[in-house]
Design a protein around this ligand. Structure first.
Ligand code: SAH
Ligand code: SF4
Ligand code: F3S
Length: 477
């Protein structure tokens, strides 16, 4: 199924569904771990926690699964084809297992949580199945497997945030890093499997988040992305000793401010904002701090109020437009991106046209666009028939994609002729004569290397030309 289409090449793109291997790290004490991640940034962030837990046990990491003692695949269930990719990849591990019967193969993440011990029946090669809240148990589970058993831990937790575990940064450019600020989701959008695979929403201790940001900054990082399925519902009440005055609850706007104050040289990004929860307080906090990037990922899913209701998104078309108006009013230069689902149950042509007209209204900078994929166990799977034929879903998807391409180009064209503050993230994919980095609005900018500046520096770049995904320019002083 044509499912995941990007019209823009953003930093996030490599994070969605691409396998990224570990850079070799850790103490050499024999056992080697290979881990591969699929799905959203949360999963990539979790793999860093898993690596940290196992490196503490004396593991070292490898980039080559053929030389590993333990192979983990951190999985995603969001759409059917995400699961299919994982199954195909598992088949490729069969040869490695045949050669080395002692090899431990583990499935982590959302698919592990969804399928639980069924995984062991369906995929004989798998030895261990571990859900997203059970990673602390990994050393014990691996021992069980090495004693000749299969092992499963898919318990979800109401408290686990791994707040005390310092993630090992994997595949890092040394400039940007992710920080998980919460886990789980309580929203129950009817199409979505995440509440079932990730459990209840819980927020991580704000002090540990700020400390992680500070540690990253001290280690030379210049950008952090705060991660949660719905960052706007972040809520943490600091614990106090018996008899002490209770401390005020910290909301997302407060947290943003705390992280922004680590240093004006540290850029802050975040994802994902839920249209029902994003507050003016958050928008004003963004406006107040130059180092909070003017970019909001605000998934609309559909532009039609009836479909939004069926999706259980708890906002309607007018509410969403009002939130967009508020963003434009408070931060006229803010970029907005979105997620769109085409062909949700019972969606009519007129309703689909409202998604297109919503796109015209907002003129998104980027979009992730998907054809609806029914997921077992979700509210939509239970309540509604998946009645839009695949070819109709795909045709609607193509219309959405084509429209987005026009808007992406339009949005980026307005950056030509202007000077942008860009954080140099590395060399461009195409040529080591060019640097690449992003502006405040998250647009990728490519410009010739100037030896006075290095990766991790901020530079002013004049936009000279563009494609629909990249701004091309030169450094100006
Ligand atoms: N927490 C985020 C979304 C996480 S999932 C939010 O609420 O916006 C990322 C995107 O995948 C969703 O925004 C949605 O557009 C898409 N998605 C989720 N379930 C899907 C399904 N069953 N079929 C197609 N796309 C889906
Ligand atoms: Fe899924 Fe909705 Fe939660 Fe996002 S907010 S993770 S779409 S249930
Ligand atoms: Fe996929 Fe789980 Fe993320 S289903 S999108 S990896 S939360």
């Amino acid at each position: 199924m044509l499912d995941l289409l990007h019209t823009t090449k953003t930093h996030d793109e490599t994070r969605q569904g691409e396998a990224v291997e570990l850079a070799p790290t850790g103490k050499a004490d024999g056992r080697k771990l290979y881990i591969e991640s699929y799905g959203c940034q949360m999963n990539f962030s979790d793999s860093e926690i898993v690596a940290s837990i196992l490196i503490d046990q004396g593991f070292e990491t490898t980039k080559d699964y053929k030389e590993a003692d333990v192979v983990f695949i951190n999985t995603c269930s969001i759409r059917e084809n995400a699961e299919q990719r994982v199954r195909n990849r598992l088949k490729e591990f069969e040869a490695a297992k045949a050669k080395n019967p002692g090899l431990v193969v583990g499935v982590l993440g959302c698919m592990a949580e969804r399928l639980k011990s069924k995984f062991l029946e369906e995929e004989k090669l798998v030895d261990v199945v571990v859900g997203p809240d059970a990673y602390r148990d990994l050393p014990n589970l691996i021992n069980k497997v090495e004693d000749g058993n299969k092992a499963v831990n898919v318990l979800l937790s109401r408290e686990e945030t791994y707040a005390d575990i310092s993630p090992v940064r994997l595949n890092t450019n040394g400039v940007s890093a992710f920080i998980s600020i919460m886990r789980g989701c309580d929203n129950m959008c009817s199409f979505c499997v995440v509440p079932f695979t990730r459990g209840r929403e819980r927020s991580r201790d704000a002090v540990s988040i700020v400390k992680e940001a500070q540690d990253l900054f001290n280690a030379g990082y210049k950008e952090v992305t705060l991660l949660g399925q719905n960052v706007d519902s972040y809520k943490y009440t600091p614990k106090v000793e018996d008899g002490q005055e209770p401390l005020p609850t910290i909301n997302f706007a407060n947290l943003l401010e705390m992280v922004a104050q680590v240093s004006p040289e540290l850029r802050i990004r975040f994802s994902t904002s839920h249209p029902k929860d994003i507050t003016d307080e958050v928008l004003y906090t963004m406006a107040k701090y130059e180092n909070i990037c003017k970019y909001i990922h605000l998934p609309v899913q559909s532009g039609n109020s009836r479909v939004l209701e069926l999706m259980n998104r708890t906002y309607d078309r007018e509410w969403y437009m009002e939130r967009v108006d508020a963003i434009r009013r408070i931060m006229p230069d803010c970029a907005i991106s979105t997620d769109v689902i085409t062909g949700f149950c019972t969606e009519t042509e007129e309703e689909h046209a409202e998604t297109l007209s919503m796109m015209d209204y907002v003129k998104y900078d980027f979009a992730y666009m998907f054809a609806y994929s029914e997921r077992p166990g979700t509210l939509a799977a239970k309540r509604y028939e998946d009645d839009i034929p695949e070819d109709v879903k795909k045709r609607r998807l193509t219309e959405v994609v084509n429209k987005q391409q026009i808007h992406s180009l339009e949005r980026i064209q307005q950056y030509v002729g202007k000077v942008h503050k860009v954080l140099i993230e590395g060399f461009s994919k195409r040529s080591d004569k060019d640097y690449c980095g992003r502006n405040d609005q998250n647009t990728m900018v490519v410009f010739p290397v100037d030896t006075r500046y290095k990766v991790g520096d901020y530079v002013n770049v004049l936009g000279e030309s563009c494609t629909s995904a990249t701004l091309i320019g030169k450094i100006v002083d």
